[in-house]
Design a protein around this ligand. Structure first.
Ligand SMILES: Cc1cc2nc3c(=O)[nH]c(=O)nc-3n(C[C@H](O)[C@H](O)[C@H](O)COP(=O)(O)OP(=O)(O)OC[C@H]3O[C@@H](n4cnc5c(N)ncnc54)[C@H](O)[C@@H]3O)c2cc1C
Length: 471
């Protein structure tokens, strides 16, 4: 047996040695999942595996996308490779046969691993599909959560929509593994939304038909990697000119994540106090990340590529010939605008959280930031507990929020680069698993204690020969 078949066997053997699949300790409840994970991307799959390893097995993952198309990788991401260094491990949770490297080497050999600089984007998605299949993670696709409803008995009723219409799913714990925008929304500046008709501008997270823009001119706003990913992708599909506009007079050159990865700032972030957490993240927001060199060079190599530094968009306007963009250095006309303007985190923006959003504690409720670093975008983030649980703004709301976990990018300020970030997942998943499993156990504490105190099954049943003779 060779290749992936052999690897699948290896995974099964490794899991058997770890007693994976042993009987759950969670008390059974009828018609109720112990945990429903919303989102079947890398965070949701890794969280499900982590819980299953902890013998929390009555778990369901739901995702709005068709199977195998969860998250950005094979949908709207347009870079050739991941930006993360290839040696970072994540959802394998320390099991060598579950790493991307093992999966890659099973198909391309160790020499093939040496040959790649970074992980090819679509191969990362293929790895996630394999991971889900080999671990038999229960995922229900094409099922979208529309509302989270706290039930009076402390459980949750999830209103979902799927191919068969609307229904509810009941769960004791809900994990929102809804991605980097899953704690808020993709950001489109209001002055653009207000001035232009839909179809004239696109956020980089949208499915953009660049082939339909062949021969045309596009303007891209933002200094992030996605600007250059989109420029090179659009130009490769025949777009005549792609102009990238950046507010700063220089592109960022330093990537704070690379420092975080090797300095303990990811793995040990939660050991910091709130002053230090805020300070680290204020600087992270301020510095941003540069594009990768290969993406930038790929974009810049096209004759139709233009870079405008020190060029914020002062205003935009729809004209008979397209979208007009005014910058401090001139006015430009484009057939379409592409916005690499990132995301904002704010539970109040999530429609599915509308029954609980106002009860959720934010950073601004729990921490008064020094004026020098205060940033309202940070203040909007939820102030999470050590296990990614949403905490109440006031004590009276504690019961209502009990059992709801935000395992998405909104954990950034409380738990650092963790959920939704490849560099952080290996540290984040065990914290989430502890948080969820501890709650499941503590909720049943009375029954657990009663059973323990009543436990009287003899284990020692041997008879000493002298005793036998005496009898
Ligand atoms: C273009 C791009 C490139 C990136 N490159 C890198 C990189 O190189 N390295 C790195 O470390 N990080 C990168 N990231 C950041 C991060 O790793 C990815 O966003 C990653 O996909 C996060 O994984 P996730 O599982 O948390 O979220 P996702 O992969 O986004 O998965 C979340 C899933 O939940 C689904 N969902 C959301 N809401 C609902 C709902 N209400 N009901 C049902 N389903 C729902 C979504 O549709 C999605 O399928 C990148 C992000 C983007 C956008």
């Amino acid at each position: 047996m060779t290749g992936l078949d052999a690897l699948n066997e290896q995974v099964r053997a490794d899991l058997a040695k770890l007693a994976f699949g042993a009987q759950t300790w969670v008390r059974p409840r009828e018609d109720l999942y112990d945990v429903v994970i919303v989102g079947g991307g890398q965070s949701g799959l890794g969280a499900a595996f982590g819980l299953m390893r902890e013998r929390v097995s009555n778990v369901l993952v739901i995702d709005e996308n068709p199977a195998g198309y969860e998250g950005p990788w094979d949908t709207y991401a347009r870079m050739i490779t991941l930006r993360t260094p290839k040696h970072i491990t994540s959802i394998d949770l320390g099991i060598p046969s579950l790493t991307f490297r093992a999966w890659w080497e099973a198909q391309h050999g160790p020499a093939g691993w040496e040959q790649i600089d970074k992980i090819p984007r679509q191969d990362w998605m293929a790895y996630l599909r394999w991971y889900r299949a080999v671990l038999q993670i229960p995922v229900e696709n094409e099922t979208r959560l529309t509302l989270i409803d706290p039930a009076p008995d402390g459980t949750w009723l999830l209103h979902v929509e799927g191919p068969e219409g609307s229904r509810t799913i009941a769960a004791r714990k809900v994990v929102l593994a809804t991605g980097i925008q899953g704690g808020g929304e993709w950001h489109v500046p209001a002055f653009i939304k207000e001035a232009l008709p839909k179809g004239r501008y696109f956020h980089t997270s949208a499915m953009i038909d660049y082939a339909a823009l062949a021969g045309k001119k596009i303007g891209i706003l933002g200094a992030g990697a996605s600007s250059f990913d989109n420029a090179q992708y659009a130009l490769s599909l025949g777009v005549a000119e792609a102009h990238v506009f950046v507010r700063r007079t220089m592109l960022p050159t330093i990537n704070p994540i690379r420092f975080m990865e090797q300095s303990g700032l990811i793995g040990r972030f939660t050991a910091l106090d709130d002053d230090a957490k805020y300070c680290v993240m204020a600087s992270f927001f301020e510095r941003n990340q540069p594009p990768t060199n290969d993406t930038f060079q790929r974009a810049a190599a096209w004759p139709g590529f233009r870079l405008h530094l020190g060029s914020p968009w002062l205003s935009v306007r729809e004209t008979a010939d397209g979208a007009e963009v005014v910058t401090p250095h001139g006015t430009f006309l484009f057939d379409a605008l592409v916005l690499s303007t990132g995301l904002v985190t704010d539970p109040g923006l999530r429609p599915e959280l509308r029954l609980v959003a106002s009860d959720i504690a934010r950073w601004r409720d729990r921490y008064a930031a020094p004026a020098a670093v205060a940033n309202p975008l940070i203040g909007d983030h939820p102030y999470l507990g050590a296990g990614f649980q949403l905490l109440p703004k006031v004590p009276e709301a504690a019961q209502k929020l009990h059992g709801l976990f935000a395992f998405n990018y909104s954990g950034l300020i409380s738990l650092g680069l963790s959920a939704s970030a490849l560099s952080g997942l290996k540290y984040a998943i065990p914290k989430l698993v502890d948080g969820v499993a501890n709650q499941l156990f503590a909720d049943d504490q009375e029954a657990a204690l009663r059973d323990y105190l009543a436990y009287d099954e003899p284990e020692f049943v041997s008879v000493w020969p002298a005793e036998e003779q005496a009898a």
